[in-house]
Write a protein that binds this ligand. Structure first.
Ligand code: SF4
Length: 668
């Protein structure tokens, strides 16, 4: 059966046999001619995981115990009624995920607003793409990760990637970079680590953690000073250029070298290479997951606009989305501030349109709610009950011990999952759900291409789809919701019609016939105009500021986090795939040899890493690939997010996952 990978935003196409055997498809452009990474090749192991849940679990004084679906759902519905009678609609909250299909993301938003009538809904994509989305929306008037087809990358003469490591996170993406290099293209990578991707680069800018914004400002300064600005493009297609030039005046390369640690000659060289158009600037989580992530992405967009890149073939600015449905997950209304079609929830016209589709009055729809971290942090004193679909915040939320404490305070915690994740272990009710190849639904990949993930194998008896679970719960609460994906997708099309992300012309049949359908009018956006009121892109002045926590005497090192080749997100899936678990069985702390010498530790020795929020122990991995002032830990285990800083970006509400101050010492 033709379907797509359960993991990242590339959504590689694959065939899955009835027994779960995987073979790659060569008709999906993202796969770059039939590529899969280790995660994709071993995805069948997920379908055979021995600790699969097949019966609901309800907490008793003796712990979680099996129960029938009737008992579990009746209990959940009764608890929702009790909590909302005592605390009002906002006594209940919903937390979704960027890996959910479009149908589920849509239905979850509708369930929250129509069935629960709560404003308390957000999702883990807030921890992933929110800064990039906010920056793209304010500059371009729309946010589609790559506003061009992925195959355009091969045409670029220079590609600059800020804070991404696709050689590990999505290896087939590297084939697109290599295609460009085979045509004479140049790759620039900005990263505090010499990652496998940075090792492929022609120029690696090994930036100090938390200073990408200053680096982008320095590049704009050089572009202006060295005469690389595309004045005709700027005059015809943008607004705000003069203010942005003024904001970059003081970021001359030698000053930026002092802030970022990147030599001034490298900054000049990078800009010279980008000026060899067509060129692309891409950002990923390393640049985005900061308390200034929106401004950092904005600074890179300003640079791209000054160079005249967006809206030209083989050229542009894009964000490399991470989660499997990171793009679609943010379009259909599971975000605190949005309704389907990427509409703003406080826009009266948007409320009226969506309310009409949902058969309710606009005034009955709740307003915007808190962002993901703020919602999780308020549990127990704000919402008393929470339903989680497709997320594992005990591992993935910043300041994780605090969030775990908040989850423990809940009167009702319902987790829908196919295994007992770290978060499900805390639940009062666990609902066993189907997983990727056992159900049908659409995903929107990092290009904005809507794809159909088909059911290829039978789910185990006892598991239900999330759509069915939502429908079964809703009917107990007095509302009827459809449970079939095709029906939900058709309704999603009506609800999104006329919005920024308009799916109204997309059908399962078209997706089949066209191997995916782009929303936004086609594969390449911005060719003639940007979807802003005046059709021009907006340059927005931004200023550098340091990380929320600078290294100091007590916490003298920077901690950065990231992904490994063998694992995906919180690891709830990949840690259960035997091949992947064997390839990367445990977390580690990557330190520079000079730090290892100072600490007198050898490879594999336990290291204790401590931040202002907590402490974690993992074996040392000694490597010259990391800066001497920085340590790296992967985030696939319940470990590193005990340390990370929940300081929030003022625009996107993204936590500062990617840099905090720590100390490191030998110990257990
Ligand atoms: Fe492709 Fe990503 Fe799946 Fe790897 S994890 S096979 S890159 S979709």
């Amino acid at each position: 059966m033709k379907t797509h990978c359960p993991y990242c935003a590339l959504q590689c196409g694959m065939h899955v046999s009835a027994s779960g055997a995987i073979t790659p498809r060569d008709d999906v452009p993202a796969n770059a001619g039939g590529q899969l990474c280790l995660k994709g090749w071993t995805a069948g192991e997920l379908l055979r995981t021995p600790d699969r849940l097949t019966r609901p679990l309800v907490r008793t004084p003796d712990g979680l115990r099996p129960a029938s679906w009737e008992t579990a759902l009746d209990h959940v519905a009764g608890e929702i009624r009790r909590i909302q009678a005592a605390h009002g609609p906002d006594g209940m909250a919903v937390f979704g995920g960027g890996g959910l299909t479009n149908e589920k993301a849509y239905q979850l938003g509708k369930f929250a607003r129509v069935v629960l009538r709560t404003s308390q809904i957000d999702y883990n994509g807030r921890f992933c793409m929110s800064s990039a989305a906010a920056a793209c929306n304010r500059a371009f008037g729309v946010d589609r990760g790559l506003p061009f087809p992925i195959t355009d990358i091969a045409q670029a003469r220079t590609i600059m990637l800020a804070g991404g490591n696709p050689a590990e996170t999505m290896p087939p993406f590297v084939r697109h970079l290599e295609n460009a290099r085979m045509r004479g293209g140049t790759l620039i990578v900005i990263d505090p680590r010499e990652t496998p991707t940075a090792q492929l680069a022609d120029l690696h800018l090994q930036v100090t953690p938390g200073t990408d914004l200053a680096l982008a400002l320095g590049m704009l300064h050089v572009a202006v000073a060295d005469g690389h600005v595309d004045s005709g493009y700027v005059a015809a297609r943008t607004t705000g250029f003069d203010d942005v030039v003024t904001s970059a005046n003081s970021y001359w390369p030698e000053r930026v070298e002092r802030i970022t640690g990147v030599p001034a000659y490298q900054i000049r060289a990078a800009v010279g290479l980008l000026a060899r158009r067509p060129a692309m600037i891409l950002t990923a989580r390393g640049a985005e997951q900061h308390a200034k992530g929106t401004d950092t992405v904005t600074a890179f967009i300003n640079l791209a606009l000054a160079l005249g890149l967006p809206g030209r073939p083989g050229s542009g600015f894009g964000c490399v989305t991470g989660q499997g449905n990171g793009q679609g997950g943010r379009e259909h209304g599971q975000k605190a501030d949005q309704l389907p079609g990427y509409r703003k929830i406080d826009d009266p016209a948007a409320r009226e349109h969506v309310a009409r589709v949902w058969g309710v009055r606009p005034d009955d729809l709740p307003g915007p709610g808190p962002s993901a971290y703020e919602l999780l942090d308020s549990l127990g004193t704000g919402p008393r009950g929470l339903l989680i679909f497709g997320s594992n915040p005990v591992v993935s939320a910043p300041h994780a011990a605090r969030i775990t404490d908040r989850l423990r305070r809940l009167e009702l915690l319902v987790v829908s999952d196919f295994v007992l994740s770290e978060t499900a272990e805390l639940a009062t009710v666990v609902l066993p759900t189907t997983q990727w190849a056992e159900e049908t639904g659409t995903m929107t990949n990092l290009e904005g291409r809507v794809l159909l993930r088909r059911r290829a194998v039978d789910p185990p008896p006892g598991a239900r789809t999330d759509l069915r679970i939502l429908a079964d719960l809703s009917v107990r609460l007095g509302v009827t919701l459809p449970s079939q994906p095709r029906e939900v997708f058709a309704e999603l099309g009506r609800a999104s019609a006329g919005g920024l992300a308009d799916y109204s012309g997309i059908t399962y049949e078209r997706i089949d016939a066209e191997t995916g359908v782009f929303w936004g009018g086609g594969p390449r956006m911005f060719l003639d105009r940007f979807p802003t009121p005046d059709g021009r892109a907006r340059l927005i002045p931004v200023r550098h500021r340091g990380p929320a926590e600078e290294a100091d005497d007590d916490y003298p090192l920077y901690l950065i986090t990231g992904r490994l080749l063998a694992h995906y997100q919180s690891g709830a899936q990949t840690r259960r795939a035997p091949t992947l678990a064997a390839a990367a069985p445990e977390p580690f702390v990557e330190i520079h040899p000079s730090l290892a010498e100072r600490l007198a530790v050898t490879p594999g020795a336990p290291l204790r890493v401590t931040s202002r929020r907590g402490s974690a122990v993992a074996p040392a991995r000694i490597s010259p690939a990391i800066r001497a002032d920085t340590v790296f830990m992967p985030f696939h285990w319940a470990c590193v997010n005990l340390l990370t800083n929940p300081a929030l970006d003022p625009v996107s509400r993204m936590p500062e996952f990617k840099v905090c101050a720590v100390r490191v010492e030998p110990g257990t």
